[in-house]
Design a binder for this molecule. Structure first.
Ligand code: SME
Length: 158
């Protein structure tokens, strides 16, 4: 039986350390990636004031990303390879931080409320098989701390 989650007050690093312990425990207890993605969205949603948190899964046959588990408002279901911030992170096989979405050419606006964004790849044998996408209603929300911790979280999903 899962324990209730109580949000932690502190610096961004302290908040990440707190959720990391929870997420580590979740991922060790369950091997199903989709189940873990769903709970990771929930844990992040409880702790951080972000607008949208979710995963997209690589659909190799269609050469696009298809919407996976998420928390937040309705979102685009498919994103082509190389398109938008998500498709770009997939193509580059690296984390993409966008401080202001209006300055990112090709940004796909699932909601006009989103102002900044981070997209982190999930890899299997070095190849991207999914991405974690987080949107904020504020500018400049994500930095190197988010890149490091969300990268660690992404690596826990295998
Ligand atoms: N903004 C993303 C699309 C996904 S939504 O933000 C949920 C992009 O440009 O790829």
């Amino acid at each position: 039986m899962a324990e209730d989650f109580i949000p932690f007050e502190g610096t961004k690093t302290e908040q990440y350390e707190y959720v990391l312990a929870q997420i580590e425990a979740l991922c060790m207890a369950e091997s199903n990636a989709i189940a873990n993605m769903a709970n990771i969205c929930a844990v992040l949603r409880e702790q951080f004031p972000w607008f949208w948190i979710g995963f997209y899964l690589v659909d190799t046959a269609a050469n696009n990303l298809v919407l996976g588990p998420f928390q937040g408002p309705l979102a685009c279901t498919r994103i082509p390879f190389g398109k938008g911030v998500c498709g770009t992170a997939w193509k580059r096989n690296e984390t993409v931080v966008v401080p202001d979405v209006t300055q990112f050419e090709g940004h796909i606006a699932c909601s006009s409320l989103s102002q900044s964004e981070i997209v982190v790849p999930l890899r299997r044998n070095g190849a991207v098989w999914a991405i974690l996408d987080i949107d904020s209603e504020h500018l400049n929300t994500f930095d190197e701390t988010d890149t490091q911790y969300l990268g660690r979280i992404a690596d826990m999903i295998i």
